[in-house]
Design a protein around this ligand. Sequence first.
Ligand code: IPE
Ligand code: IPE
Ligand code: MG
Length: 248
Amino acid sequence: MAIFSAKQAGQATSLPRHVAVIMDGNGRWATRRGLPRTAGHKAGAETFRTIATYCRDLGLEYLTVYAFSTENWKRPKAEVDAIMSLLDQYLHESIEKMARDRIRLRFLGDTTVLSPKLRQLIAETDEITRHIEGFQANVCLNYGGRDEIVRAARQFARECVAGQRSPDELTEATFPSYLWSAGIPDPELLIRPGGELRISNYLLWQIAYSEIYVTDTLWPDFDAGALDEALAWYQTRDRRFGGLSGKK
Ligand code: IPE
Ligand code: IPE
Ligand code: MG
């Protein structure tokens, strides 16, 4: 299946503005090769670089990836430490590259619990890439969909108690401004490599009407061709949003 740009698409659904990805399967990828799971996380970080650049080249506006969930702290400390130190290394290398490659990097999730060094790197990355327009990659780090919704509700409640808002001001249109993803349109397409048929607490509010594409390909093996396939599949979808078919 070939993908169509918005212009070529005609009757077909055009390319999404925003693609979300659950970067899953790193551990299995490594285990199948007789390597430690950490090697899979390393390979997965490289895949992120490749896919982010490819999304930018295709003219997508946002890529949002799940890098570490609020539940991933349950893993053995050695694996969590290895993921954090890979992130550290990755950000060191990326700061310059992302700016040069014209990719704005943002982080969604509670980063306040991360190490001071990592927080400093995140702040620097944010500062260096904040002026870049055109393409934004969002990295969900210590992110949980339920956590995000509860924090948003708590913040709105605080504003009500402080007399700045009244309960009736909370609507489907105003609520998203309290989420980590404030200002970012909802993803039209969610991709899950690694074959699991679940959401794992990802973007619970934002994916209400996303098309969901699951592939057995493990994240480190996910390449430009795999993304093309997902996009081509997306373009065959009849997005009804509860209404009736727009296609004959
Ligand atoms: C995803 O890969 C990366 C993180 C959750 C940090 P996994 O580590 O979950 O890989 P599998 O699912 O065990 O293969
Ligand atoms: C989801 O993958 C989280 C990330 C990819 C960061 P998991 O491997 O943690 O999900 P489960 O445990 O299979 O649901
Ligand atoms: Mg997994």
